[in-house]
Design a protein around this ligand. Structure first.
Ligand code: FMN
Length: 386
């Protein structure tokens, strides 16, 4: 493992060095510039923006371009692209790299949503080996002249009988990607059960020339150290664990520096963080009501485990101005201390295993036929993260 006596080696993503080997997982609807800034104010790492589709970028869709905007002080500006067509992905990556919109591009092959997999996109795409190779190569080739590294993020495969991650990792390494990240679940697992960290270990043993990042079920700094120890991975990708807990990045920085301290905020500090998040949201959307609407979904995550009654929770989840936010936060029992375990552990998206929806005949061949190619084009229109 890369943790020696609790001290982790920096993570290298092409030309970039990330001192603390921690990556904020791209999360659609969550990891916008406001949330990334909040996380940065607490810790260190690489913070990936929300996913954008290659087609929307190529069409210079306003929302897509807004997603790929970064604060002036974001050091490694990290964008994530989702696409199903090599030429479109190449063109999108050229826009990002060539117009200096970001310093790193991650490709998303992890989306398990039925409306995407039903058309052959997301986590089931690497099954089509040649298509996967062409998409990854197109991205790497488009980014290379600008010195922008490309990484991939994937799941284990379609289901337990159709695993693709080891082969996809090798293909990506061969195509010149700078690192591979594995969310150690299949599309069929969706968000259920436990992530299979042993698969991360196997990927690390298989893909040996570039960093391997592990993802899935890191809820605390201790979990991150344990994943590094068990799998030997070069860094961790943290998603749901930091929803409503941006200070997890402080814990991670401390843990990877070998320090024991952990942030255990009382309700007053949580309220201050919620307000700060609200301010940043309003600034990011340049619209108070939109900023507050987007903040609402974070409320339950922030308050998990704290003694806040149903009425107060409901009123905070309906907040529409910063003034209301101040008032409603002020009405809480701000002297309530950190509740311990109740505020920790699993949070955010869960779910039960699902039989993956696939295009008819998808599993019959590892090559893409014309029928599937046509259907796949629609997969990009349906994607919303993953
Ligand atoms: C709300 C939400 C949105 C997500 N959006 C994306 C996305 O756009 N791109 C992506 O690669 N993964 C996406 N994911 C998956 C996460 O990046 C991550 O792989 C997954 O949550 C597992 O990590 P965790 O256990 O640390 O949460 C999303 C997850 C959630 C919960």
């Amino acid at each position: 493992m890369s943790v020696t006596e609790g001290i982790a080696a920096p993570l290298r993503i092409g030309p970039h060095t990330v001192e603390t080997p921690v990556v904020l997982a791209p999360m659609a609807g969550v990891t916008n510039a406001a949330f990334r800034r909040l996380c940065r104010e607490h810790g260190a790492g690489l913070y990936v923006a929300e996913m954008v589709t290659s087609r929307a970028l190529v069409e210079r869709n306003e929302e897509a371009l807004r997603i790929v905007t970064f604060d002036p002080d974001e050091q490694v500006r990290s964008a994530q692209v989702y696409g199903v067509d090599p030429a479109t992905v190449g063109a999108a990556v050229k826009i990002i790299a060539g117009e200096e919109r970001a310093d790193h591009v991650d490709l998303n092959f992890g989306c398990p949503v039925p409306k995407v997999t039903r058309k052959g996109g997301g986590a089931v795409l690497p099954w089509k080996r040649e298509l996967f190779t062409r998409i990854v190569s197109a991205a790497v080739d488009a980014a290379a002249p600008y010195g922008v590294p490309v990484t991939i993020k994937m799941r284990k495969g379609i289901d337990a009988d159709h695993l693709t991650y080891l082969e996809a990792g090798l293909i990506a390494q061969e195509a010149g990607v700078a690192a591979v990240a594995l969310h150690a679940r299949t599309a069929a697992d969706y968000y259920s059960g436990q992530a299979d960290w042993d698969a991360i270990r196997q990927l690390k043993e298989t893909v040996t020339r570039i960093p391997v990042l592990g993802n899935g079920d890191i809820w605390s700094a201790e979990d991150a150290l344990e994943m590094m120890r068990q799998t030997g991975c070069d860094g961790v990708v943290v998603g749901r664990g930091c929803q409503g807990r941006p200070w997890l990045f402080a814990d991670l920085a401390a843990a990877f520096a070998g320090r024991p301290e952990r942030v255990q905020p009382g309700l007053r500090e949580v309220a201050e963080t919620i307000y700060r998040h609200g301010e940043l949201m309003v600034e990011f959307f340049a619209d108070e009501s939109k900023g507050m609407r987007e903040l609402r979904k974070h409320m339950a995550w922030y308050l998990k485990g704290y003694p806040v009654g149903g009425d107060a929770r409901r009123s905070l989840a309906m907040v529409s101005t910063l003034g209301e936010l101040t008032e409603r936060l002020g009405a809480l029992d701000l002297d309530a201390p950190y509740p311990g375990e109740a505020a920790e552990g699993q949070r955010g998206r869960q779910g039960t295993p699902k039989r993956p929806h696939l295009p008819d005949g998808w599993l019959d061949s590892r090559e893409l036929d014309e029928n599937h190619r046509r259907r796949l084009q629609e997969a990009e229109l349906a994607v919303s993260g993953g």
